[in-house]
Write a protein that binds this ligand. Structure first.
Ligand code: NAD
Length: 246
């Protein structure tokens, strides 16, 4: 469905980003695996993609740093000659009640989760405009829709991503660049592993489908939005949350 397309997935060395990278590769895309942490894990994703018969390479870049982002996108275009799909997936949490949240924890989460989306989107725009087509998929969160106590920084960033998605969808529509967001609910990853049993039980009680989501269930939606199965959807936020927020 996305054969020979070039996809850049941020934060792709583990979790949802890793799954999106592998799903894209299984469907014929060449994938650039961005990472900020473990080089070894990023290389494992590249190796798995190669085993699937697709091309891939890894690029270390902090999405909140403009120089890093520019260098990363330059490398993608030098290596593959095109850039068709950007998935803004990289994200962090630094949770605390607002009264106790430090300025630096607020800034760090906004920088990675919101400014990172801005910088990467800005970085790919020229190339996608030149190609007269592109897909940008932003990974927001269901809490960006509903709010969540203890996550003022994260929620502000993820709600911001939904606003950025709508605005960029409008700005780029005439250039055939479609921009959408995915708002996952609670998905089984390292991020949700941090929660204790009581918190997990509490969560399950508010999810109509009574289970945590799997990374594949998010990656399949990203594949749909990146593919030609989706040609008339832009500026939308698709909730992948087991019905938690309606
Ligand atoms: P994760 O912590 O497993 O993965 C996040 C990835 O982002 C990691 O590979 C990390 O190294 C990378 N990253 C962090 N800061 C970065 C930076 N500055 N530059 C580049 N990469 C950076 O988390 P995950 O659960 O896979 O989350 C992926 C995305 O999905 C995040 O945006 C997260 O907010 C969102 N999300 C996750 C859930 C969930 O339940 N897991 C729910 C809603 C939204």
């Amino acid at each position: 469905m996305i054969k020979d397309k070039v996809a850049l997935v941020t934060g792709a060395s583990r979790g949802i980003g890793r799954e999106i990278a592998l799903t894209f590769a299984r469907n014929g895309a060449k994938v650039v695996v961005n990472y900020a942490g473990s080089e070894e894990k990023a290389q494992q994703v590249v190796d798995e993609i190669n085993e699937l018969g697709s091309e891939a390479f890894k690029v270390k870049a902090d999405v909140s740093n403009e120089a890093d982002v520019k260098a990363m996108i330059k490398e993608v275009i030098n290596e593959f000659g095109q850039l068709d799909i950007l998935v803004n997936n990289a994200g962090i949490t630094k949770d605390n009640l607002l009264m106790r949240m430090s300025e630096s924890d607020f800034d760090d989460v906004i920088d990675t989760n919101l400014k990172g989306v801005f910088l990467c989107t800005k970085g790919v725009t020229r190339q996608m405009m030149k190609q007269k087509s592109g897909r940008i998929i932003n990974v927001s969160s269901i809490v960006g829709v509903s709010g969540n106590a203890g996550q003022a920084n994260y929620v502000a960033a993820k709600a911001g991503v939904i606003g950025l998605t709508k605005t960029t969808a409008k700005e780029f529509a005439s250039r055939n660049i479609l921009v959408n967001a995915i708002a996952p609910g609670f998905i089984e990853t390292d991020m949700t592993d941090k929660l204790n049993e009581e918190q997990k039980e509490q969560m399950l009680s508010i999810i109509p489908l009574s289970k945590l989501g799997k990374t594949e269930e998010v990656a399949n939606v990203a594949l749909f939005l990146a593919s030609d199965l989706s040609t008339y959807i832009t500026g939308q936020t698709i909730q992948v949350d087991g019905g938690m927020v309606m």
